[in-house]
Design a protein around this ligand. Structure first.
Ligand SMILES: [Ca+2]
Ligand SMILES: [Ca+2]
Ligand SMILES: [Ca+2]
Ligand SMILES: [Ca+2]
Length: 448
């Protein structure tokens, strides 16, 4: 059976299960302890003056290092009244955890109206989202904890129209989160993944929080693959107005292996569902790839595609010396309209930052000799009858200096950056087979 046909079969079975019940290369940054500037913000002189007046000394500002706000001082009209408010993230040098200070601008003066203890030694992100559509933004703060297995802590703060300050209404352990309308009811919810802290279990769970009355409640949760070292990104998409929001979470298993979890809200069952988790083994193996390739819209049709990897180089071709190393075929799957379909077959060179798009036929007729030391792939045509391999073109990554000083006239540049150039050389055999610069430009793309 053809390689891609096998994958298609496996996924067809899974997509049937998924769709029969229903009509989102960045790694998480390490501790950003260096981001502690002194109390000097000239544009906020009055505010910093008020802060120094109201809060005891020995403080450092903390800058959220992810998300929409990359400043320790945020001045904005968060509650849609007539004046700005100010939020300041800081940490006292003698205390363990970062804090949040809240000012209102009243009668031409900054007035302290709130001060909140955080749960981590730094601030990872702040989001301001009006979750209950009352015109007043809720604050969702991710406090970074280092060395804690259950991850960071997410706090939600709310202010009602009749109140003059924010109240903390929830705090939850959190590995990754995204504010999205999980159940498509027109109100944004907080989707997040956490590790259940009960006992020795390392069970990963996807949850969603939504507003209910004066507080937030967990509207649903579903188990995920537990064998995850970290979550890399959350992407979302909606097929149509009436279809559920699909939430894709890319996660690393170990250092290099990656999977994509799919999570969505089943309106009929009023449940969060993770259809790709094998309920018996509690693992998601159908999306497993051996290299950290994230899901993305590979064919630019506006729909997210999931990469699946299978061995491309036949076992008997993997042999020393170098020239024939283990290589994976990355098959990109799309799950729209209730069907699983292959949208693209690619060979990805992650370290050199490009991919080669293969046709269904080329998947079986083309081979690659990998020369890692030389950042070079030689693409050849297999002739099984004659038992020959004929090189048709090579892709090579050349460092910037060499590219500028030596003669590469006969090479086609695919992508360039400050460090190097990815370029292609077409052999005489390749040219005789009709391979041109145009062929190459439709076949090899930047992948970073
Ligand atoms: Ca305001
Ligand atoms: Ca609100
Ligand atoms: Ca909602
Ligand atoms: Ca796509």
């Amino acid at each position: 059976m053809k390689k891609t046909a096998f994958i298609l079969l496996v996924f067809s079975l899974f997509s049937c299960l998924f769709f029969s019940s229903c009509s989102s290369f960045t790694f998480i940054q390490p501790v950003a302890t260096l981001l502690n500037p002194p109390l000097y913000y000239p544009e906020y002189e009055d505010l910093v003056g008020a802060f120094e007046r109201d809060v005891k000394t020995d403080n450092q500002f903390c800058i959220p290092y992810e998300g929409d706000f990359s400043s320790a001082i945020i001045v904005d009209n968060i509650d849609s009244d007539n004046d700005d408010e100010a939020l300041i993230f800081y940490k006292n040098k003698n205390e363990k955890f970062a804090k949040l200070h809240y000012f209102e601008f009243i009668n031409d003066e900054w007035v302290t109206v709130g001060d909140y203890n955080g749960y981590g030694n730094n601030v990872k992100s702040l989001s301001v989202n009006d979750l209950d559509n009352d015109g007043i933004g809720e604050l969702i703060v991710i406090w970074e904890t280092s060395g804690v297995q259950t991850g960071d802590v997410m706090s939600v703060y709310r202010k009602k129209a009749a109140e003059n300050s924010y109240r903390e209404i929830a705090n939850e352990p959190c590995l990754i989160s995204k504010i999205v309308d999980v159940d498509s009811d027109g109100f944004e919810d907080i989707f997040y993944i956490c590790q259940n802290s009960s006992g020795a279990s390392s069970q990963k769970v996807a949850k969603a929080l939504k507003f209910s009355g004066d507080s937030v409640v967990i509207m649903g949760e579903t188990k995920l693959d537990s064998n995850i070292s970290s979550y890399v990104s959350v992407k979302t998409e909606k097929e149509s107005e009436n279809s559920p929001l699909k939430i894709y979470a890319d996660a690393l298993k170990g250092e290099k292996q990656m999977i994509t979890e799919l999570i969505y809200w089943d309106a009929e069952k009023s449940q969060l569902i993770a259809p790709w988790l094998d309920k018996e083994t509690l693992t998601n193996s159908i999306t497993l790839r051996h290299e950290p390739v994230e899901c993305t819209d590979i064919n630019n049709d506006g729909k997210i595609d999931i990469p699946i990897q299978i061995l491309f180089t036949a076992e008997d071709e993997i042999k020393e010396p170098i020239g024939n190393e283990r290589l994976y075929l990355t098959v990109w799957m799309n799950f729209n309209d209730g069907n699983a379909k292959v949208v693209s077959n690619t060979l990805i060179n992650l370290s050199d930052g490009y991919y080669i798009k293969l046709t269904e036929e080329e998947v079986n007729s083309i081979g690659v000799r990998v020369y890692n030391q030389k950042n070079c792939w030689v693409i050849y045509l297999k002739n099984d009858y004659k038992n020959t391999e004929e090189a048709i073109f090579s892709v090579i990554r050349i460092d910037r200096k060499t590219w500028e000083t030596e003669n590469f006239e006969s090479y086609i540049s695919i992508s360039e950056n400050n460090e190097g150039v990815v370029c292609v050389y077409i052999t005489e055999t390749g040219k005789n087979l009709g391979i041109t610069e145009k062929t190459i430009r439709n076949k090899i793309f930047n992948f970073s």
